[in-house]
Design a protein around this ligand. Structure first.
Ligand SMILES: C[S@@+](CC[C@H](N)C(=O)[O-])C[C@H]1O[C@@H](n2cnc3c(N)ncnc32)[C@H](O)[C@@H]1O
Length: 212
């Protein structure tokens, strides 16, 4: 029986990593670098960690960082890169389908960086669950594409582009246990596959668990 990747998120993302995106960029997300630089390192969790660039960067800054992703291929590459850098104890990776299960533990920093998909992803449930895994004083950073880039092909089915209000509603913030530190649209320069340049808009939401 052939699996239709559009029906099966695991098959879709495996195909994506085996065929379309085969290498790590080696660079951490700029917004993460700006925000995490002001925080005291502790336990971090990255949701949809891809090749592990953000987790590895956090480990290099002194965090005990854990990444999870649905793609076994992406996870294998992330583990290999961490091992190459001698960071296998500080940067750990696990294959998991976040729509079905969630890593155990409480975290000082949780990140969901462009955790968006054109195939099934229980994103709002995942963000809500993540917010409940924050330690008091811990931060949850959600960064998402607010709109498709101008060079994006029309997808069937399309990726969902949330608003800031959608993100806050999914996280369940503000709430007595969750303070909203930032909720802004931010822009960054982007370059398409044919070299075209454009300013791209992202939603940036940062919440902090309140100490009770
Ligand atoms: C758009 S990519 C973003 C990757 C990376 N965070 C970044 O900023 O480049 C979305 C990632 O989410 C992962 N993903 C999609 N659905 C998932 C799920 N149900 N559970 C865990 N990871 C998932 C994909 O494999 C992919 O690596």
């Amino acid at each position: 029986m052939t699996i239709d990747p559009l029906e099966d998120p695991s098959a879709f993302w495996e195909e994506f990593y085996r065929t379309k995106r085969t290498t790590s960029t080696g660079r951490a997300t700029a917004a993460l670098q700006q925000i995490a630089t002001g925080l005291t390192p502790g336990q971090a969790l990255d949701l949809g960690a891809s090749h592990g660039d953000d987790v590895i960067w956090l480990a290099q800054q002194g965090w005990q960082a854990h990444g999870c992703d649905i793609s076994e291929t992406a996870i294998a590459r992330a583990r290999a890169r961490a091992a190459e850098l001698g960071l296998e104890s500080q940067a750990q990776f696990e294959r998991c389908d976040l729509s079905v299960s969630f890593p155990h533990g409480r975290f000082d920093l949780i990140t969901a960086l462009y955790l968006q998909s054109p195939v099934a992803l229980a994103r709002a449930t995942i963000l809500g669950r993540a917010a409940r895994q924050l330690r008091p004083g811990g931060h949850f950073l959600v960064l998402s594409h607010a709109a498709p880039p101008p060079w994006s092909p029309e997808e069937t089915p399309p990726t969902i582009f949330p608003s800031l209000a959608d993100e806050l509603a999914a996280i369940g913030a503000p709430a007595p246990h969750l303070e909203v530190v930032r909720a802004d649209i931010v822009t960054r320069p982007g370059r398409g596959p044919d070299g075209a340049e454009a300013m791209l808009e992202d939603n940036l939401v940062l919440v902090r668990g309140r100490s009770s």
